[in-house]
Design a protein around this ligand. Structure first.
Ligand code: HEM
Ligand SMILES: *[C@@H]1O[C@H](CO)[C@@H](O)[C@H](O)[C@H]1NC(C)=O
Ligand SMILES: *[C@@H]1O[C@H](CO)[C@@H](O)[C@H](O)[C@H]1NC(C)=O
Ligand SMILES: *[C@@H]1O[C@H](CO)[C@@H](O)[C@H](O)[C@H]1NC(C)=O
Ligand SMILES: *[C@@H]1O[C@H](CO)[C@@H](O)[C@H](O)[C@H]1NC(C)=O
Length: 335
């Protein structure tokens, strides 16, 4: 091939390559971009990390809490910080059924927001703060650090019925879990990878003791799929018949503050805490992923998958451009 032909081809490839990502971003991610605040509020991401370091240093349980807050925000009306909104009539997302009462991290989002308002007034959305804080929570629990897209704007609607419909309960089976994810355009892989978030943090007894320890399927028995050498440990922590037992139980008791592969080792040895964790063994594809990660010598593949799945979840029904608003107080009252 003549040199000039090669050069022309290289030029065409370079031109196409420089156009494609930009177009992919504008269409595929609806106005989101990595580094959206680079010019609008330089240092915004560093400021979030700095504040998260202090928050996690003061109370290490807040890292997992903020990661879970992202999940609840995104699945209900999209990643728009509607989870933060307050309702005097108790009809907001925050007021949804008992499992949402244990959500924490609201004050910390507000605290980060206050810092960003000092640096760049009315510029960084609450929705972006939630995803940046969640990303940093993973990192500060010795997990990977990965880029997240920003450019979301804040929604103004919060409705407890949406939260009740769109969040999978901890006793969901694999068919239901895949449905909860697929209606939000997330795949079986996003499901099994994002469930790996349960490698950090804790649950209240009330969320699982009935289903797994004392009254499985309403039959007054222990879940037969729960590891029989592990069950007594859980029974010691959670008393029978108390549906409001708030005692915290680590979801990955071997390393509750390490973002690592041990969630998959737990699930693979039938020591996942929720029915929804154990259920990942009931589908060929999710089972195989769990098995592979349980045996993996390095977490690199999981970390790469996790970064990709967070991008996917972070794109869920976002408001961008002129939609929504940039709120000054994330937890404003809607009524
Ligand atoms: C697949 C469906 C899921 C179900 C059924 C589920 C259910 C739960 C439940 C019941 C708790 C304990 C709540 C409590 O009693 O305090 C919990 C905790 C948690 N979840 Fe999930 N979850 C799911 C997916 C996710 C996803 C996608 C993420 C993040 C991307 C996530 C992150 C967390 C974290 C970090 C905690 C610990 C919170 C803390 O320590 O304060 N979960 N989850
Ligand atoms: C899922 O994707 C379809 C097609 O791109 C889109 O119309 C729909 O709004 C998306 N749904 C959610 C919940 O993101
Ligand atoms: C177990 O669940 C069933 C069905 O939900 C209920 O009728 C029964 O009272 C429960 N038993 C206990 C001991 O909580
Ligand atoms: C249930 O557990 C909580 C602690 O999480 C305790 O305060 C409460 O008294 C218990 N209720 C009953 C009926 O034992
Ligand atoms: C139960 O857990 C133990 C480790 O705690 C493991 O050796 C055993 O294989 C597990 N049993 C089942 C049936 O998964």
């Amino acid at each position: 091939m003549a040199l000039d032909v090669v050069l022309v081809r290289l030029l065409i490839i370079a031109a196409v390559a420089s156009v494609l990502p930009a177009r992919g971003r504008a269409d595929g991610a609806a106005g989101l971009a990595i580094g959206f605040y680079n010019e609008k509020c330089p240092g915004a991401e560093d400021l979030v990390l700095e504040e998260m370091r202090d928050i996690v240093h003061e109370d290490r349980t807040l890292g997992p809490a903020l990661l879970r807050l992202l999940f609840h925000d995104c699945f209900v009306r999209g990643c728009d910080a509607s989870i933060m909104l307050k309702s005097r009539s108790k009809k907001g997302e925050r007021d949804a059924k008992p499992m949402s009462y244990s959500l924490r991290g609201f004050d910390e989002v507000e605290r980060i927001k206050a810092k960003l308002e000092e640096a760049c007034p009315l510029t960084v959305s609450c929705a972006d703060i939630i995803i940046m804080a969640a990303r940093d929570a993973v990192y500060l629990n010795n997990g990977p650090r990965f880029p997240v897209e920003t450019g979301r704007r804040d929604g103004k609607v919060s409705n407890c019925v949406d939260a009740e419909n769109d969040l999978a309960p901890p006793n969901a089976n694999i068919v239901d879990l895949k449905t909860y994810f697929s209606v939000k355009n997330l795949s079986w892989k996003d499901l099994v990878v994002l469930s790996g978030s349960h490698t950090i943090g804790s649950s209240q007894c009330a969320a699982f003791a009935g289903d797994r320890l004392y009254n499985h399927s309403g039959k007054g028995m222990q879940d037969p799929t729960l590891n029989k050498t592990y069950a007594p440990d859980l029974r010691m922590m959670c008393e029978a018949g108390n549906e409001t037992d708030t005692t915290p139980v680590s979801m990955d008791p071997g390393s509750p503050h390490e973002f690592d592969l041990s969630y998959y080792r737990d699930v693979y040895s039938n020591k996942g805490l929720f029915v929804s964790d154990q259920a990942l063994l009931d589908d060929k594809l999710t089972h195989d992923y769990v098995a592979r990660m349980a045996a993996a010598p390095s977490p690199d593949e999981f970390f790469d998958d996790y970064a990709a799945a967070m991008i996917n979840m972070g794109r869920m029904e976002v408001l961008t451009g002129h939609n929504g608003e940039i709120r000054k107080i994330c937890g404003a009252y809607v009524d």
